[in-house]
Design a protein around this ligand. Structure first.
Ligand SMILES: Nc1ncnc2c1ncn2[C@@H]1O[C@H](COP(=O)(O)OP(=O)(O)O)[C@@H](O)[C@H]1O
Ligand SMILES: [Mg+2]
Length: 520
């Protein structure tokens, strides 16, 4: 057996204790009492203790003399608790200081011990502090774990909602797609008259825009977003959620009644999270009404007073039995068959609304329907939130910039080349890495538009190349991406603050992106 084989088993870490006392002999005595069992550090003043704790928060227990010159024991206690809340503090006090020791207990010390100190009692007290800290750490870790699991559950409920939406979206896309295919075929069949050609292309354009909207709605919802608060108009979010489920609603012939108050104040909220809430409530309602033979009605109402906004969502479904009314908010409670329901929807809705400082209620009557109420506090800013200023006229004027397009695919560069020419810019095209490098070296460009996913010349490679040979061009890059950005690419774009344009885009988007590059 190799000599150091047993070294792999590390000795258990000894609990760490910081002894703070202005008297040298006491420090030495306490260190001797604890030394065999604990890893002891000693310091002679409150100031030093606080400095030390700021650097190293991993002490289990601080043994703190209450009566010291300089920073008082009470002050030291407050500071220690502020910097390292889980570190436990034991006060060491003289008889005449018992009252301040009691006061210190209220400030977070777990116990006090009187001088002269009995060895055993002191050791016991320190052990008690260590146990307390270790318990607190375990529960802190459990809280962290719980937070992670919760976030995963929220996402899994969202994925299940997306799965349901997908069927509807595919169906919705089929209509405009049929238009695009039909009209383009007609166009190519025989040379159409100019009026007909215009009509066909107009139809193709409108259908394509519809496809774009449908895909964008789904992408926006499904993207794993970091929660972020903005001032939002809640009724707009209800409307956009209705758009998402439009297909399900139509398919089940559900009548939608909207009663939205005018001028609903805005509130600070995460619009995607709220959309997730409304989506689940509306989906639940539609699913409940589906079970009935009579046609259903979904009623959406928005109202507000000076403190809160209330969105009510009524359905005319079978209702929730009294005994289930509280249970429906519990995680995993579902009455739906496996594969249909996760039972997570309402518990997540509840959590999201609570995080927004609001409330979610339900009332139901068997046989006549269910009502959900979402209440959110009004938090309108004093000043209107800054909206993006409309670009001034000069900005919108097409200008003549020299632009290099880098894309290997004909469908990519041909379209870009034509669009950029239509905007009256000068355009140059590179189809591969070597021609791109040649052009970049020999010419000067105002803007470089490059496909992020070029084979042999990815966005990252282009960036690296320019960084070495012409760093002044780094601020001229505009990337084109396919709509779904991988984590790695997302990090690269964010880290280097690089502008990008998602496919599909129109002339207006390109022009705006080009103008923005110029402003950098
Ligand atoms: N509008 C409604 N009408 C009748 N029952 C409902 C309604 N909304 C929710 N429920 C009940 O609450 C349960 C839990 O809902 P939810 O938490 O969204 O999970 P899931 O939809 O996955 O079952 C549903 O299974 C259903 O029994
Ligand atoms: Mg649900």
């Amino acid at each position: 057996m190799p000599f150091n084989a047993t070294n792999e088993e590390k000795p258990a870490k000894r609990p760490r204790v910081l002894v703070v006392d202005d008297d040298k002999a006491t420090r030495r005595a306490l260190e001797l009492i604890l030394g065999s069992e604990f890893d002891v550090t000693t310091l002679e003043s409150g100031n030093k203790a606080v400095d030390h704790i700021q650097q190293d928060m991993d002490f289990d227990v601080v043994s703190l003399d209450l009566n010291m010159p300089g920073m008082s024991g009470i002050e030291t206690l407050k500071e220690i608790k502020q910097h390292s809340p889980t570190t436990e503090v034991l006060l060491v006090t003289a008889f005449q200081d018992i009252e301040s020791a009691k006061q210190a207990l209220k400030l977070g010390a777990y116990d006090y011990i009187e001088k002269p100190i009995s060895k055993n009692a002191y050791r016991q007290s320190i052990r008690q502090g260590v146990r307390r800290r270790q318990k607190a750490l375990v529960s802190e870790e459990a809280q962290q774990q719980l937070k992670i699991v919760k976030a995963q559950l929220v996402h899994s409920e969202k994925l299940s909602a997306i799965g349901e939406l997908l069927a509807g979206v595919v169906h919705e896309i089929n209509n405009p797609l049929a238009g695009i295919m039909g009209y383009s075929e007609l166009f190519l069949l025989k040379e159409p008259s100019p009026e007909k050609a215009h009509k066909y292309v107009k139809n193709i354009q409108q259908s394509a825009i519809l496809c774009q909207k449908i895909v964008q709605k789904l992408l926006a919802f499904s993207r794993k977003q970091k929660p972020k608060r903005e001032y939002v108009q809640v009724t707009d979010i209800v409307e956009s959620t209705l758009e998402l489920v439009e297909h399900e609603i139509k398919k089940n012939a559900v009548k939608v009644v909207k009663q939205f108050a005018d001028n609903v104040p805005r509130t600070s909220a995460d619009s995607y999270q709220l959309q997730q809430v409304f989506l689940n409530i509306i989906n639940n309602a539609v699913q409940a009404m589906k079970q009935q033979t009579r046609l259903g009605t979904l009623t959406l109402i928005s109202e507000f007073d000076d403190k809160a906004i209330r969105i009510s969502i009524y359905d005319s479904g079978p209702g929730v039995p009294e005994e289930n009314l509280q249970k429906i908010f519990e995680p995993f409670f579902t009455t739906k068959p496996e594969g249909k329901g996760t039972g997570l929807g309402l518990s997540i809705c509840n959590e999201i609304i609570r995080e927004h400082g609001g409330n979610l209620y339900v009332s139901s009557e068997l046989g006549s329907g269910t009502r959900f109420f979402v209440e959110l506090p009004i938090t309108e800013p004093d000043k209107p939130s800054p909206t993006v200023a409309p670009p001034d006229k000069a900005d919108q004027m097409p200008g003549s910039k020299k632009i290099l397009v880098i894309d290997a695919k004909e469908t990519g560069y041909d379209l870009l080349e034509n669009m950029i020419s239509a905007l009256e810019h000068q355009v140059d095209v590179a189809h591969d890495a070597s021609s791109a490098k040649l052009k970049l070296q020999s010419e000067n460009y105002d803007v470089i538009i490059s496909n992020m996913n070029m084979p042999e010349f990815s966005g990252q490679q282009l960036y690296e190349y320019l960084n070495q040979v012409k760093p002044e061009l780094l601020s001229k890059i505009l990337f084109i991406t396919g709509g779904v950005i991988s984590k790695e690419v997302g990090r690269f774009l964010e880290k280097n603050r690089l502008p990008f344009l998602n496919k599909p885009f129109g002339l207006k988007e390109i022009q705006e992106a080009v103008q923005n590059i110029e402003k950098i």
